[in-house]
Design a protein. Structure first.
Lengths: 82, 580
């Protein structure tokens, strides 16, 4: 995956409590629209709140919306650490 | 009659608003070209009756889910005079694009911003008039839960019906400008209390044990509160029969009084005495769901579910199935992957639904001391989940999941009493309607089978023949011919199992309990309960699977596999318990 600059990584790499600015969504059309409808759009700030045990989903916050998403989907969200 | 459609994202309080506007009068209806049932109700607006239709919750209109197609088809093909677009007032930034998509249908819109109280608590200010001016639509701020702003909404609906005005669909830039001008979100808008509670309930170590603890306590509470009421009702029905009905029917011919008393009355009252428990059960479910805890449960359990080829939503549907399998099966529509959907539909019928619950409560009360009764019931819930997980493991390679698991986690909310009561009422009404439809027919059929051809001693009745014919199959499970007959009628609906036992044993209430306690022991009873738990839930469930999966082969598998598993599990348990 092509990353944007040295501070760029994917959402799943962030540590709990860390925030990032969304650079791009590397997703197919259906997933892209779903993520966008839930607030994950480029330019928005996303904060990783916590991760469920045993490799479970990520709990993230975009604006005033809290979401959960799994690691494979989180890896599709490219962010720059804020 | 004019028609108003209600559209919005999931978790925006759509059904709360629908209930708020229409009271408890909703009915389920079919629409041409629409594959799902939609709730609709008539309401008086101004001086005319209009029809309000609740469309499925959707995130987007550019996706491919069934719900999105339902909304698109409905708005295109039915005549809709006004669309109420319901958005969450604290999430306008992400939800307004849905409004722009809906504006393209060319139907007059009313923008309804719900949970205005929550937005205010977060420090979000919304300038309603400025927003309305920017977008060119009527806007109102409401709290569907508490009823604030609904009067204003009604008058906006009246105005939209009488003087329809259609604004052009807004450009993205207009939406952004409108948000900037009219909506002010503070830099740190977060739900503080929710964060604090989540730190405990979603704790890496405490989260899962707390979840199972909460579920266990809920079932204990339902049992503890419901059983005395149930016993009192049953005693009341027996007293009424002895004091009033038996003397009144004394002059009637024997077959008729037998049919009415031992058939219809015993069957109906035995089922009716379970209604308090059903109500309590749905109240508990409503609390868990409406507080927002259910989505936390999905979060906590997803890692485990993923190993079984399912996801956190499947688990939520399995939990919903504990109320009734039918709505849970319909709830799988939110899944876009057909594989995941079919796998979840294969698994849901193992959920110990309220109809099976009444069978178990009856047998547990009859054969187990009160001290261990809750433990026995809990073991059946554990078995229910184990059967579901085993099935999932066996079938996960056939039904592969490629659906994204991206879900909203709403803030914790205190459901209002009205909300819980309405929910409970809807579910109980649905249950009673479904139950009574089957019960009278089923119970009368059982009565006929157990009384004809009229042979003294009952040896030659159709029922006895059927039981004897099946005894080589069910005998090794400890299930005697009388219980076999109850299982056969349970295939139609579990609601009639106890009713049919009342007819088979020609006793009701306490007399039925002691008759059964004398004829079978706890090992047989538990084996019977295991079989009842695992085999086909009811005809409604099969019909739902058939219509949702649209595959005869899948439907056959969804009946045959549980039947085989039920036999194997009961056989293993009964033989083990008898030999060790």
């Amino acid at each position: 995956m092509r990353l944007h600059g040295p501070a760029a990584c994917t959402l799943d790499i962030l540590a709990p409590g860390e925030s990032g600015i969304i650079l791009a969504l590397d997703a197919g059309q259906a997933l892209y629209h779903r993520l966008a409808a839930l607030g994950l759009r480029s330019g928005k700030t996303v904060r990783l709140i916590r991760r469920a045990r045993f490799g479970g989903p990520f709990h993230v916050r975009v604006g005033t919306t809290d979401l959960m998403l799994r690691a494979p989907d989180a890896r599709r969200v490219q962010v720059r650490r804020a | 009659m004019k028609r108003i459609a209600l559209v919005g994202m999931p978790n925006t309080g759509k059904s709360t608003l629908f209930n708020r506007l229409t009271g408890a009068q909703a009915k389920v209806g079919n629409w041409p070209g629409i594959t799902v049932d939609l709730l609709s109700a008539k309401l008086l607006l101004g001086d005319a009756m209009v029809e309000l239709v609740d469309l499925p919750g959707i995130y987007d209109l550019r996706g491919f889910s069934e719900d999105e197609q339902v909304v698109t088809t409905f708005l295109r093909e039915q005549s809709v005079d006004v669309v109420l677009v319901l958005l969450n007032a604290s999430q306008l930034e992400r939800q307004l694009p849905l409004y722009a998509q809906l504006a393209r249908f060319g139907i007059p819109l009313v923008l309804v911003l719900n949970m205005a109280d929550e937005a205010a608590a977060l420090g979000i200010t919304i300038e309603r008039d400025a927003l309305a001016a920017w977008l060119g639509v009527p806007v109102c701020l409401i709290s569907a839960k508490h009823g604030q702003g609904t009067e204003q909404l009604r008058s906006l609906m009246v105005r939209a019906l009488h003087a329809p005005a259609q604004a052009a669909p807004p450009e993205e830039a207009v939406i952004e400008a409108a948000l900037k001008a009219a909506v002010h979100v503070p830099a740190q808008a977060s739900h503080r209390l929710t964060e604090k509670i989540d730190r405990v309930l979603l704790d890496p170590w405490l989260g899962l044990p707390l979840f199972f603890g909460v579920m266990f306590l809920l079932f204990e509470a339902v049992f503890w509160l419901g059983t005395p009421v149930q016993n009192a009702l049953a005693a009341g029905f027996s007293a009424l029969r002895a004091a009033a009905l038996e003397p009144a029917l004394a002059a009637a011919p024997v077959p008729l009084s037998g049919l009415l008393l031992d058939g219809v009355y015993n069957g109906l009252t035995t089922v009716a005495s379970f209604v308090p428990l059903i109500i309590l059960f749905f109240l508990a479910m409503a609390i868990v769901e409406d507080t927002g805890y259910l989505s936390r449960a999905a979060f906590l359990i997803d890692a485990l579910m993923a190993r079984f080829g399912l996801d956190g939503r499947s688990f939520v549907m399995i939990l919903m199935g504990f109320g009734c399998n039918v709505p849970a099966l319909m709830g799988t529509r939110v899944m876009r992957s057909r594989g995941l959907r079919l796998l979840t539909m294969m698994v849901i019928p193992f959920s110990l639904c309220s109809a099976r619950l009444q069978v178990f409560l009856f047998f547990i009360a009859a054969l187990f001391p009160p001290r261990i009764a809750p433990l026995v019931l809990f073991s059946l819930y554990v078995m229910s989940i184990a059967a579901a997980m085993l099935t999932s493991l066996l079938f996960k390679r056939r039904f592969v999941n490629n659906d994204p698991f991206v879900l909203e986690i709403p803030p914790y909310r205190f459901p209002t009493l009205r909300q819980i009561a309405l929910r409970g009422w809807h579910e109980v009404r649905h249950f009673l309607r479904r139950a009574t439809r089957f019960i009278v027919a089923g119970v009368v059929l059982v009565w006929l089978l157990t009384h004809f051809p009229a042979a003294a001693g009952g040896g030659g009745t159709w029922a006895a023949q059927l039981g004897a014919w099946l005894s080589p199959v069910l005998g090794p499970l400890g299930i005697d011919p009388k219980l076999t007959l109850a299982l056969i009628f349970g295939f139609v609906a579990k609601e009639i199992v106890i009713g049919s036992l009342a007819v088979i044993y020609a006793r009701e209430g306490g007399a039925l309990v002691s008759a059964i306690a004398h004829q079978i022991d706890w090992v047989q009873a538990y084996s019977f309960m295991l079989f009842t738990l695992i085999y086909t839930p009811c005809l409604s469930t099969i019909a739902t699977i058939r219509s949702e999966a649209r595959s005869a082969a899948f439907s056959v598998a969804a009946v045959a596999w549980p039947l085989a598993l039920a036999w194997l599990v009961s056989f293993a348990f009964y033989q083990a318990a008898r030999h060790f």
